[in-house]
Design a protein around this ligand. Sequence first.
Ligand code: SF4
Length: 69
Amino acid sequence: MRVSLLPEHCVGAGHCVLSAPEVFDQHEDDGIVLLLDTTPDAHLADAVHEAADLCPARAILVDAPGGTA
Ligand code: SF4
């Protein structure tokens, strides 16, 4: 799977960090999302999808090449 962000949409809600702290972090000063891993391991797929679903700003894009992850 491949993850990308639309950080300009991020409102700093932090749901992504709670869902998948291995993949997402937030800037200390403004709370804007940081992507720690653009190609997370398959075992993190559920957490990453949860983060994308919970993000109120729809700032997390998940693309699964081949449609399997
Ligand atoms: S859940 Fe969305 S809005 Fe909240 S910090 Fe993460 S990317 Fe930003």
